[in-house]
Ligand binder design. Structure first.
Ligand code: NAD
Length: 363
């Protein structure tokens, strides 16, 4: 199979769909890999790295799309890319079709077979191709929160780990899933005093068993949240209710109860945010202040650490990508029900029920 990797063209996107190591593995499996010139630049992979792996460098995206049997990307195809997809071609990337009727109609019209990273599942009911980005965002949250807490950025001027004789920052993480657990581990590693709130008792039991010596946990109620945020230097929002907008867990009125200059890091902003005062920001202008409280609400946090994110995503997608290339998408999906869950569109038909329900398109 000829596997094509175009350069990402969505604004502020520096990741790339295929690392040189992934290209090398695909080539070792007998496939050809073509990569658009400069595709890896934003993640620190040069054309020479891909050439050394055995891939071919192609000058334009149009040629990559025209030649490849499978396109491997990071972000959903943009309008200009969608025009280049064709019948029988496999597209393997993040799609997030449910809120995006334009993209859905274009992909249906193209006749391609589109497998979405975000709906591939695993045996434990997890989302293995979303998890790496949650891990990145979670680990990044205390790092950006610590920066937000610095005085020159409008923050409280509190050091995460304190120093001998001065206590550490108090960090509250709301949501103890993938993002929250990674955020709590890093915040605790920086020396902060960390408490995680979650609504799931099984999850709290797991956190207690595994990390009870590293950070505290509490059952998430409005009362517990109010009590903890009043004393917090940093609050990380990391909740998810699958298929729904994030619940608003801190109201604007509650900001008055918090310490001036405290930092709210709303990782759940890509689902609408879990603080009433959150609004999505960008890496270019990441923070803003409301009622004396600093907010960090970047919707694509992993983009800030594109190299780590590219490699993490590539590690997760590699076995699926190889499976599709080795067996063809049909056999790979028939043999692996979890990969099959990633199939969103085939030959002009929607094949994913939740997308069909949210867009009102026949399934
Ligand atoms: P997850 O499903 O692993 O964890 C979510 C947790 O929230 C679960 O443990 C759940 O029990 C808990 N929860 C639900 N309601 C709660 C409540 N009221 N109080 C406390 N806990 C509650 O999800 P995840 O992968 O950790 O993702 C968390 C959020 O981060 C999602 O909204 C996701 O879209 C977002 N995210 C954002 C970025 C970014 O760049 N901004 C990157 C990755 C993930």
């Amino acid at each position: 199979m000829k596997i094509g990797c175009p350069k990402e063209i969505k604004p502020q996107e520096f990741r790339v769909g295929l690392t040189p190591n992934a290209a090398r593995e695909a080539i070792a499996h007998g496939h050809q890999v073509i990569v658009e010139t400069g595709a890896g630049d934003g993640s620190g992979f040069s054309n020479d790295d891909y050439l050394a792996a055995g891939a071919k460098i192609i000058e334009t995206a149009a040629e990559v799309f025209a030649q490849a049997d499978m396109i491997v990307k990071v972000k959903e195809p943009q309008a200009s890319e969608r025009k280049m997809l064709r019948e029988g071609q496999v597209l393997f990337t993040y799609l997030h079709l449910a809120p995006d009727p334009d993209q859905t109609h274009d992909l249906l019209a193209s006749g391609c077979t589109a497998i979405a990273y975000e709906t591939v599942t695993d045996a434990k009911g997890g989302l293995p191709l979303l998890a790496p980005m949650s891990e990145v965002a979670g680990r990044l949250a205390p790092q950006v929160g610590a920066w937000t807490l610095q005085k020159a950025n409008g923050g409280r001027g509190v050091l995460m780990g304190g120093v001998p004789g001065v206590g550490p920052a108090k960090v509250v993480v709301i949501g103890g899933g993938v993002v929250g657990t990674h955020a709590a581990r890093i915040a605790a590693g920086m020396g902060a005093d960390v408490t995680v709130l979650d609504r799931s008792l099984p999850r709290l039991r797991y956190l207690d068993d595994t990390f009870g010596h590293v950070f505290k946990n509490r059952y998430s109620t409005a009362g517990a949240t109010a009590e903890l945020i009043a004393d917090a230097d940093m609050v990380v929002g990391a909740v998810l209710i699958p298929g729904a907008a994030a619940p608003k867990l801190i109201s604007r009125a509650q900001l008055a109860d918090m310490k001036p200059g405290a930092a709210l890091v709303d990782v759940a902003i890509d689902q609408g945010g879990c603080f009433e005062t959150s609004r999505a920001t960008t890496h270019a202008d990441p923070i803003f202040e409301v009622d004396g409280i600093m907010h960090y609400c970047v919707a694509n946090m992993p983009g800030a650490v594109a190299r780590t994110s590219t490699i993490a995503l590539g590690n997760a997608t590699l076995p699926y990508m190889l499976d599709i290339a080795d067996k063809g998408w049909r056999k790979a999906c028939l043999e692996d029900p979890h990969l099959r869950n990633g199939l969103n569109i085939h030959a002009g038909k929607l094949t994913y029920e939740a997308v069909s329900q949210s867009l009102g398109i026949d399934f």
